[in-house]
Each structure stands twice: as C-alpha cells, then as structure tokens.
Design a protein around this ligand. Sequence first.
Ligand code: NAD
Length: 492
Amino acid sequence: MTDTATAQRHVPADLPDRICHYIDGAFVDSLDGGTFDVLDPVSNEVYVQAAAGKKADIEAAVHAARRAFADGPWPRLLPRERSRVLHRIADIVESRDARLAELESFDSGLPLTQALGQARRAAENFRFFADLVVAQADDTFKVPGRQINYVNRKPIGVAGLITPWNTPFMLESWKLAPALATGNTVVLKPAEFTPLSASLWAGIFEEAGLPRGVFNLVNGLGEEAGDALVKHPDVPLISFTGESRTGQIIFGNAAPYLKGLSMELGGKSPAVVFADADLDAAVDATIFGVFSLNGERCTAGSRILVQRDVYDEFVERYAAQAKRIRVGYPHDPATEVGALVHPEHYDKVMSYVEIGKTEGRLVAGGGRPEGFDEGNFVAPTVFADVSPDARIFQEEIFGPVVAITPFDTDEEALALANDTKYGLAAYVWTNDLKRAHNFSQAVEAGMVWLNSNNVRDLRTPFGGVKASGLGHEGGYRSIDFYTDQQAVHITL
Ligand code: NAD
C-alpha cells in the first residue's frame, strides 16, 4: 500500500483472529481445517482467514439444526415466547449498531453512515417479525350445521439461508427473523466476500436466549458449502438471495428434492422520468437510486429513461450532480460512495465502464476517482444516449454506473422499461396521476415506486418477476414461506 492508503485505512479494534463456523452452540473450524482469505476492500490485503465449509461441515450443521427442531423447545414455544427472544435480539442489535456498522463498513466497503442505517434496519426486521408472528391469524370457516374448517400452521424444519455480500448483515436478518419467528431452525451460509458481520449473530443470539442448535452458521464458497446445503436431503427450504445465474443453478440442484424455494435475484431496474415530473426531485432520487450503497443494490435504478423534451437538461444536471458525489474511505462519515466489495467485483464493474465507453456518451466518471490509486474505488459513472441493445442497458453491473436513454411517447417508455430479462423494481416520475397508475400496472416489475424511492412498509411483498426472482418475501408472505398450512376439516 502507498503511505496515503495506509494512513486512510481504518482497521477496527478487536478484529477476530479467524472466522469460524458456529454449529450446535460452539465456534468450530472446518473438519478438514480448510480456510479462505478475507480481504478488506480499501487495501485488498488479507486481514483474516475464514473457515471454508464443505459437505461434512454442512452435514454437522444440519444434524444440529435437525435435532434442535425434533427435540428442542424452539418449534414448540408459543409465538409470544419466541417473539420475546426476537425482540431481545432487536434490542441487542440496536445497542451495537455503531460497532456493527464499523465492522460492516470495513469488510464490505460500504460508507459508514449507510452501514449504520442497514444495522438499524436489521434490528427492525427482527422487531417486525416478532410482532407479526404474534398478530398472525389463520383462516377458519364454519358452515352452520355442516362443518368447521381451520388451519394448523406449523414450522417446516431446517431452513437453509444463502445470502449475498451486499448489505450482508441486513439481508441475513431478512431471512433469519421470519425463519426463526415461525419456529424453524436454520443453517446460514453467508457470502464469502463478507463473512465478518455474520459471525456476530452467534453471540447476539446466545445473549438473547435462543436455544442451542437453532442457529447454525457455515462459512465457505458457494460451490462447496452453498452447494452442499442446497443438496442436503434434510433441508426442505432454501431461501436464496443472489445473482439470477446462481438462482438457476440452485433451482436445478434443489429439483430432485422438491424443496421450497424463495429466490430474490438480480435486477436492471428502470427509472422513468416524464417531462412533467418534478425534475429537482427526480434528479436527486435517481442519483440516490443508483449511487447509494456503492451501486451494489439489487433495486438500483440503473437504467434512467428520460422523455426527450427534458432529456438534455436532465443529462446535464444529472452529470453535474454525479460529479459532486463524494467518493471516499468507507469509515469517513462524509463519504457517499465507498470502495467496491472485492477486487474481482471491481474488475467486473471496471470492464463494464470500458464497454460503456464504446456504447454510450460518457458524461461523468469513467474510471478511478482522482487520489485513489489503490483499493476498489470507482468514480460515479454516467453514460448518456445508451441504446437498448447495449450491454450496459441489458446487464446488471451492480456498481456506481448508470445508463441514460431518451424516449418520446408513453408507449416507447414502457417498451424500453420492459426490454430486459429482469423485473425487480421500477421508478416512475410524473405529475400525471393516471399515467403513473397505468404505467405501474403495465410495467414488468415486482415493485414500483411512484415519485418516490427508498420507502417501503415491511408488510408489502418484496420480490421480482422474470429473471429477478421467484416467490415473494415480506409480511405474511415470509410467514407463509417458512410454514406449512395444514387444513383440518370436521363434520358437524
Ligand atoms: P451470488 O449469486 O454470487 O452469491 C450469493 C450467495 O450464493 C453467496 O453466499 C454464494 O456463496 C452462494 N452461492 C454461489 N454459488 C452457489 C451454488 N452453486 N450453490 C449454492 N450457493 C451458491 O451473488 P452475489 O454476487 O453475492 O450478490 C449479488 C447479487 O445478488 C446481485 O445479482 C444482486 O442483484 C442480487 N441481490 C438480489 C436481491 C433481491 O432481493 N432481489 C438483494 C440483494 C442482492
């Protein structure tokens, strides 16, 4: 590292010596002693080794989770009793939000202030499902003099949770909270780029009183630990968040076992700006939509479609604002875009920046920001005049890179918005109420934000259509995924 990079790198105090699995209430190494390197994205130096789980480690974790499900108290507790534990988990996460943010920011390169927001959201996920599981009501029907029908809702067993490296702690909580609230036991396989924050769950859960064996964690590579979890016959559920390509592989591998699958996959979401929109708000929101969380956001509005009447003005203002975004070291509270998670991902994003230079008009960024010679830093990059057959229009880049494309009519905007294999989110900016609602109805997206972004009630469905996912999570949909609903019929 250069002297500047060394001076700027912030290494949190009390980092672990190594990152272990957590199986049946104990931190353990891999049975074969295998490990993998974990890098920090500012220096790209190895700062710790993590246990590399294989089939045998998954076997041990599933065995513990199965025993806790078959014989332990957790699935048999009243919802209110489980809810109390979940609220304690939320309390502990909240009380440690600053430390969580520090570690997450160090491990993933997310700006500290944004990592703090994600830690708080993780606590909220636990609080939300703690409340929801107590409020849960199920169908009961009576035909007078004939019959009564009601539903027994039951936890399913061992849930396999496989998560990505973007906002890792928060996304883990989005699966852990409903899986545990409903009485399942779990094996979590976090992303190999960012194992640090996941290792904190064990201590948090122990302190909150989660019984032994209910939560198990196996680190490792997707093709090894993740693959073994997907193919384990005693894991009836897999909740996966990650790339669409990985989702396809998992879908195939789970098929022989007919597992329950929830798939939250990639995106290339359009943000559509009509000429009648509040342009100030649209520029601010679409900047946030693609450059917050380093652009490593599944719902990023990474294709901006702008009506031709305001196109030139929009592009000019957008490029000027993108150039003002503060790229910086992740631990600096003033930083708005930090370092991308890993050199492999950095290379992928940079390759798209180069492709973009042949496919569009570069109006901001286009490489490393000045003053950052090392680490995974990319200047917020904006390409205008991008045609729909361009790779940067079609493919998920998952970094601070955006493509802007003009359109003339509502019909053309809709055709462009739907012209990718993905269908996760869409953003619409217009002051015409009818157009906003009609466009929402027609656009192929699991979620639509009208004149807004980054607001979401956790009771609403979260998920995508087309290559962006299968099934929905959020509110009762998560409860449904993690439970069996047995119908009981009685003749009167
Ligand atoms: P990824 O698919 O490479 O990896 C995700 C997880 O799957 C990791 O834990 C990985 O180890 C594991 N894995 C990889 N191959 C596997 C296999 N063969 N079997 C079992 N597990 C395997 O994704 P990533 O690069 O970590 O994350 C970025 C992607 O996630 C982007 O496409 C992004 O859009 C998507 N994402 C989607 C959502 C959503 O809610 N829709 C949210 C966040 C991220």
